[in-house]
Design a protein around this ligand. Structure first.
Ligand code: NAD
Length: 496
């Protein structure tokens, strides 16, 4: 039975006006499990109007009321981790432990936002002139939109919605049409936490819904996470319409291994960071940069680990890597492996030959050695279980390679030398850096963001920059004459 997946408006699931839908699959079985509605402009108008009405009263709710709703939502999320994880796995394919990890990282953002009374504090300067004080306050923007990718259907919406709502905005989520059900589960938890209707709405859709949001005069800001071409488009269209926009794009993350590194530690890190979630993570390692003579032992250690990696349905216990999101994406990743081989990369392990389940969108792990910077496997974001090894002679060559890349989301260095690590953090032109940590996703009280083609806009996501993004500053300069000099008798002595 194929389920119908609709929008969430004013505290309930509602059908839209469109007859267009998009199929949703279980990537672990290949089964067509749902059809998601694709909103029309009038559906978007309805959702934004609801948000606009709700935002007016929500910004009047006291900070402690808002904080109490967030605490309630946090408790409900924590209680529903298993159910939510199963839902994520059923439409995304990632293994259950990974889905639970995604919920946990999203939950961190809710916990951060619970501190909104502290986070929204302004500044105060007394007596900037005689009887005059100046102070700054931060106020919500109104209705803000979040447009999110398929690969983290819970975590990325929570990167945005937790802070946006805590700050007093109404939030409209436009999830990925590939795994849309988690958005409705989140909406139900917000409702049960006591969030007033209309403060969190969901509009399902594709480009038509996105364009309607980008052009809508009542959308004050847009947060986007997805691929670089779409991020650029969102940034250009949104800012042209006068909106505040933060648009996070794709990635090609390099992991440098210096000759002094512990090879087993580096190989374990490379395998989990490159092949976890079948490489469909924006912080996945996709290039290992082997410096000096680290190359041979490292490639051997990584290759030796791959046959032990259990590939299968994410819902099965003990499985370590699930399928890709769609069969089209599997074909695209396979084509990259073929192109890599054709252009001269050495195919150490070929995922196309792997013994994987025949139903579902599975592909085995691939390891390519002797990759050169002009090959498409190096220049393009593959977003699959393919790890490239580029060999360089020196540390300086490694840094030059990374700094010449158009993407700059995350990077990592593996070494036992603190001085080399410190120099790397200084030299490298990338937004998030790991030192002996392969996937350096910042905790919720820092902010997440890449540089260059990995981020359009000047604001990183969540953490302190998230609070700044979802509020605007106001400065008040106030004169209150001293009662002692006032014309009205307030009973104060006339001299001090
Ligand atoms: P995507 O860019 O295809 O889609 C993202 C969102 O944009 C979806 O909601 C989709 O419906 C919408 N969209 C797609 N095409 C559109 C169009 N032509 N016009 C308007 N809207 C459109 O990305 P995806 O495949 O869902 O996700 C994978 C990508 O996201 C990868 O490139 C990955 O690196 C990136 N990503 C980046 C980060 C980060 O933090 N930088 C995090 C997660 C994912």
């Amino acid at each position: 039975m194929v389920k119908q997946i609709s929008h969430w408006l004013d505290g309930a699931v509602v059908r839209g006006t469109s007859d267009r839908t998009s199929p949703v699959f279980n990537p672990g079985t290949g089964e067509h499990t749902g059809d998601v509605e694709l909103a029309t402009r009038s559906d978007v108008d309805r959702v934004v109007a609801s948000g606009r009405a709700a935002a007016k009263s929500w910004r009047r709710a006291s900070l402690s009321t808002r904080s109490a709703v967030l605490f309630g939502f946090r408790e409900l999320l924590a209680k529903n981790v298993d159910e939510l994880s199963r839902l994520v796995t059923s439409e995304h394919g990632k293994v259950l432990a990974d889905a639970a990890g995604e919920v946990a990282r999203g939950l961190e953002n809710v916990e951060f936002a619970c501190g909104v009374p502290q986070l929204m504090k302004g500044g105060y300067s007394e007596q900037v002139a005689t009887d005059v004080d100046a102070y700054s306050i931060r106020q919500p923007l109104g209705v803000v939109a979040g447009i999110t990718p398929f690969n983290f259907p819970v975590m990325v919406p929570l990167w945005m919605a937790a802070n946006a709502i805590a700050c007093g905005n109404a939030f409209v989520l436009k999830p990925s049409e590939k795994d849309p059900s988690a958005s409705l589960f989140l909406a139900e938890l917000w409702r049960r936490a006591g969030l007033p209707d209309g403060v969190f709405n969901v509009v399902q859709g594709d480009k038509e819904a996105v364009d309607a949001l980008l052009e809508h005069p009542d959308i004050a800001a847009v947060s986007f996470v997805g691929s670089t071409p779409i991020a650029r488009y969102i940034y250009e269209r949104g800012t042209q319409a006068g909106k505040r926009v933060q648009a996070l794009g794709g990635a090609k993350n390099h992991m440098v291994v210096l000759p002094d590194a512990d090879i087993d530690v580096a190989a374990d890190a490379a395998v989990s960071a490159a092949y976890g979630a079948a490489g469909e993570r924006c912080m996945a390692v996709s290039v290992v940069v082997a410096v000096g003579d680290s190359g041979d032992p490292l490639v051997e250690a990584i290759a030796g680990r791959l046959p032990k990696l259990r590939i299968g349905s994410g819902a099965e216990p003990g499985v370590e890597m699930g399928p890709l999101i769609t069969s089209e994406h599997r074909q695209k990743v396979s084509a990259y492996i073929a192109a890599g081989a054709e252009s001269g990369a050495r195919v150490v392990v070929d995922g196309r030959d792997a013994d994987v389940p025949s139903s579902g969108f599975f592909l085995g792990t691939t390891l390519l050695d002797d990759v050169k910077p002009d090959m498409s496997v190096y220049t393009d974001e593959i977003f699959g279980p393919v790890l490239c090894v580029v060999r360089v002679a020196t540390y300086d060559d490694a840094v030059a390679l990374i700094n010449a890349n158009t993407y700059a989301n995350g990077t990592a260095i593996f070494t036992r030398d603190g001085g080399a690590a410190r120099r790397f953090q200084f030299d490298v032109e990338v937004g998030m850096v790991g030192i002996n940590v392969p996937i350096p996703v910042p905790v919720a009280y820092y902010s997440f963001g890449g540089w260059k083609a990995s981020l359009f806009g000047d604001s990183h996501m969540y953490g302190p920059e998230g609070i700044a993004f979802y509020t605007r500053g106001k400065v008040v300069t106030a004169r209150w004459p001293d009662p002692a000099t006032s014309a009205i008798d307030l009973g104060f002595p006339t001299t001090r």
